[in-house]
Ligand binder design. Structure first.
Ligand SMILES: [Cu+2]
Length: 399
């Protein structure tokens, strides 16, 4: 039975503008700072009929009670007893059993299905979840094997959810005034809630494109840059940890929704399997919801030698970045091909790869305190076939 240790504590996150925001959150390091989002919990299910149970030891290093809820899981117990809403003089004070400041309690959770899920505080959630007390859970099917044809799936063999690479995008929004009020012990009127930052994996664009565990973001360890090759099936897992709904898409492309809230979009009726997955140009990643999608970039198959198309290359000035002469293209409109480096340009992209964004269609959400670009945005890089390597975009099988 896997056991996870989480500490609820505080810390700071950084924004691309150089601001530092006080947060509450979880860490899996004793004495560590809160990270945003909390550590991703990855569980591989046991072969049925065996149940899959995992334990979480929650230690509360904050100065008010903190708890954990596990939406979509079942049979949640704390210290061996079924969890219960907590009342004080008839008033609901927590949706579930909590740890007092300084206390450690143990939740035991039974998985209910493979998929993507959230965990978050169930005590003063309007405050504690906004402050950062949330994270994601990935439950893998019992037959999951990475890189094995037909077995590298989101929901199990035969469910049509095979993937080659996977990316988890935890979505949230932050009102810095709220965080400042909590830091200073002041009251905050939630009716005044006005987010200024929108985040993927606790980071605002362009920090979303920095690698995992980049040293300059010690409390925002998870990157959100999506790297893939043409024709691959990429599993995009969205998890809506905030209180707003976010319309997201890989720019100019559809994705296929295969799972919602950790439930496969499939119906089996008298042995007849009905595929209920569907394509969307924009997916509304709703608050509290998770969306599992398969995304494929097929490209158009054009090759300068065998299948040329007339292409007008934009003016170079429109393709260079900043004053250093960087470019975000390869000098060729064809994937995997590089052109001659013109004078004044110092770099081309790495391998002739193609970039486009994955972003929110709510324009305010792609700003950092009003400054565009930022917020709920990252880039997708499509690399030429065979250049990306085996382990890019592979999360662990389990903890
Ligand atoms: Cu778009």
């Amino acid at each position: 039975m896997p056991t996870i240790n989480l500490w609820a504590t505080d810390g700071y996150i950084s924004t691309p503008g150089g601001k530092s925001i006080y947060i509450w959150g979880f860490t899996d390091q004793e004495g560590g700072s809160a990270q945003l989002p909390g550590p991703t919990i990855i569980i591989k299910e046991e072969q049925p009929p065996a149940e899959t149970v995992f334990d979480i030891n929650l230690t509360n290093n904050l100065n008010e009670p903190v708890s954990l809820t596990f939406p979509g899981q079942k049979n949640v117990k704390v210290n061996g007893q079924r969890v219960q809403p907590q009342y004080n003089n008839g008033e609901l004070v927590s949706l579930t059993n909590y740890a007092l400041p300084g206390e450690t309690i143990t939740y035991s959770v039974t998985t209910s299905s493979p998929g993507t899920f959230l965990y978050e505080s169930g005590t003063n959630p309007f405050k504690q979840v906004q402050m950062g007390l949330y994270g994601a859970i990935i439950v893998r099917p019992c037959d999951y094997e990475p890189h094995e044809t037909g077995l590298c799936t989101a929901y199990g063999t035969g469910t049509g959810t095979e993937f080659d690479r996977e990316y988890l995008l935890v979505l949230s929004e932050v009102d810095p005034a709220f965080h400042q009020a909590v830091k200073q012990g002041r009251d905050y009127d939630t009716r005044q809630f006005k987010p200024r930052y929108w985040m993927i994996n606790g980071r605002c664009a362009p920090d979303t494109m920095l690698p995992d565990y980049t040293p300059q973001l010690p409390n925002q360890p998870y990157g959100a840059m999506i790297l893939m090759e043409p024709g691959e099936k990429v599993l995009l897992r969205y998890a809506g940890a905030g209180i707003q709904n976010h319309p997201l898409h890989p720019h100019g492309h559809h994705t296929r929704l295969v799972g919602l809230d950790g439930r496969l979009l499939q119906n089996i009726n008298n042995g007849e399997v009905n595929d209920l997955s569907y394509e969307r140009f924009t997916v509304l990643a709703a608050a509290g919801q998770t969306c599992d999608q398969i995304y494929t970039w097929a490209g158009l198959g054009f090759d300068p030698a065998t299948n040329p198309i007339p292409t007008t290359i934009p003016n170079l000035r429109n393709m260079s970045i900043g004053h250093l002469g960087w470019t975000l293209w390869s000098g060729s409109p064809y994937l995997g091909h590089k052109g001659e480096l013109p004078s004044g340009m110092v770099s081309y992209n790495n391998a002739g790869e193609e970039y486009f964004m994955l972003h929110s269609h709510a324009e305010l959400e792609i700003t950092n305190w009003g400054a565009y670009p930022g917020g709920l945005m990252t880039m997708i890089a499509v690399y030429p076939p065979g250049t990306l390597g085996f382990n890019q975009g592979m999360l662990p099988t389990s903890l």
